[in-house]
Design a protein around this ligand. Structure first.
Ligand code: GAL
Length: 409
């Protein structure tokens, strides 16, 4: 009896000592396999830590970010959360002094040499380094099924004008030329159109404040965007990005503009082969440009069990962690020592483009604009969809930029 109570007491003690690691992200359901593989690895390496995989469903984090905001402002931060490198991190959580500086960890792990300078810049300020990137995704990709295009007698368009020319050919055959889904995917389309119409210099000038959102050039983006939207499905609001991808796969739609998490879905979830099962190209007019975004994790101020989070971040930034995560996710490892040969043909092409193309930052996925701009841009877009008034959209976007400090970074 005495022995039993000693065993029980010991078990109880180890239970109360067990650390907990709560990882907060929007990688739920069929977006989950890469994160789950990384968590499995963490659990092997840290058997005494209990991992809580806290996900809030909803592509691009639209729902997760709202929950996160409530928790952070309510003094209940998770151990670590998914956040995009760039202004979503710096202009939001770092500006509010809610993140711990990770410079020491970067030094200790040799990450200042392991990650490319451009990416380090996105996660740093003069006062510190604020998150650990787990991947690099590309935003400006157009997806299609090569055999279907052949059947319909069209080629992947290399400019939006070319797309607008093939639009009726596809419509006549009962095919949706371009499928879009819930609102954030329409913003995702917008940033690719903006890059295609403006070119990289002017696209970047929007974010540095050198080109106004209500300039003639920027207003032209809305005009083209409107023409493109006339070639899309009319049941967008009810579709997730995966359902939009499904329409391309099953031949209801010809093209989709989506980040390369779509490659993760097409290969990891649907089991399709790159090149035969699906094809890809830079979104029209953006060849030679890589619109970049990176998911990262940090250590929020006041996070419980900071040691467990540090172990998590150490894994997130490691070669082993990134080689486990990225081949499943459709993203690539930004580490300079990463080995492209462990990836499929799509990701290998992304590697080549990441290293050889001009890089510009994504709006919808947090690289170039702060959280407030990102979320309120949805209203500008919604206003445009209902009014079709390009000049009005351009001036609303400028008003939003001024109000949220975009362009004065
Ligand atoms: C992005 C994120 C990707 C992917 C995508 C769709 O914002 O960076 O990793 O999850 O949303 O949900």
């Amino acid at each position: 009896m005495k022995k039993l109570s000693i065993i029980l007491a010991a078990a109880l003690l180890s239970l109360t000592q067990a650390q907990e690691l709560e990882i907060f992200s929007w990688w739920a359901g069929d977006e989950g396999p890469a994160l789950e593989a990384l968590i499995d690895l963490y659990e092997q390496q840290n058997p005494d830590t209990e991992v809580v995989n806290a996900t809030v469903t909803g592509g691009s984090g639209v729902n997760a970010r709202a929950v996160l905001k409530t928790r952070m402002l309510g003094g209940d931060p998770p151990s670590s959360f998914q956040v995009h490198a760039g202004q979503e991190l710096i202009g939001t959580w770092v500006a509010a002094e809610r993140m711990e500086d990770l410079s020491g960890l970067f030094e200790e792990q040799g990450w200042n040499e392991a990650f490319p300078e451009g990416l380090l810049n996105l996660i740093s300020t003069d006062d510190g380094i604020w998150s650990v990137p787990v991947n690099v995704h590309r935003s400006n990709v157009m997806w299609f099924v090569p055999a279907k295009l052949e059947e319909w007698g069209v080629a992947a368009p290399t400019s939006w004008n070319e797309f607008l020319e093939v639009c009726p050919t596809l419509q006549e055959q009962g095919v949706t030329p371009l499928v879009v889904a819930e609102p954030w995917t329409q913003q995702h389309l917008w940033e690719s159109v903006a890059l295609g119409v403006l070119g990289p210099d002017n696209y970047e000038a929007l974010w540095s404040g050198e080109l106004a959102f209500d300039s003639e050039e920027a207003a032209a983006v809305w005009e083209t965007y409107g023409e493109i939207m006339a070639c899309t499905n009319d049941d967008a609001a009810g579709l997730s990005w995966q359902q939009a991808t499904d329409r391309v796969v099953n031949g209801e739609a010809a093209f989709n503009i989506m980040g390369d998490w779509a490659a993760g879905y097409l290969t990891t979830t649907l089991g399709l082969e790159p090149e035969t099962g699906f094809g890809w190209a830079a979104s029209p007019g953006t060849e030679g440009n890589f619109m970049v975004l990176a998911d990262s994790f940090g250590l929020p101020v006041g996070a419980p069990d900071a040691d467990a989070t540090t172990a998590w971040l150490t894994l997130v930034g490691s070669k082993e962690g990134q080689d486990t995560f990225n081949p499943l996710k459709g993203s690539i490892s930004p580490r300079l020592d990463s080995d492209p040969s462990i990836y499929n043909a799509y990701s290998q092409s992304a590697y080549t483009d990441y290293t050889e193309n001009r890089q510009v930052g994504s709006l919808v996925h947090g690289a170039v604009a702060n959280e407030t701009f990102m979320s309120e841009f949805a209203n500008v877009l919604e206003g445009y969809i209902s009014s079709g008034d390009a000049a009005q959209a351009a001036s609303s976007a400028q008003e939003l930029a001024t109000r949220t400090g975009v362009g004065s970074n």
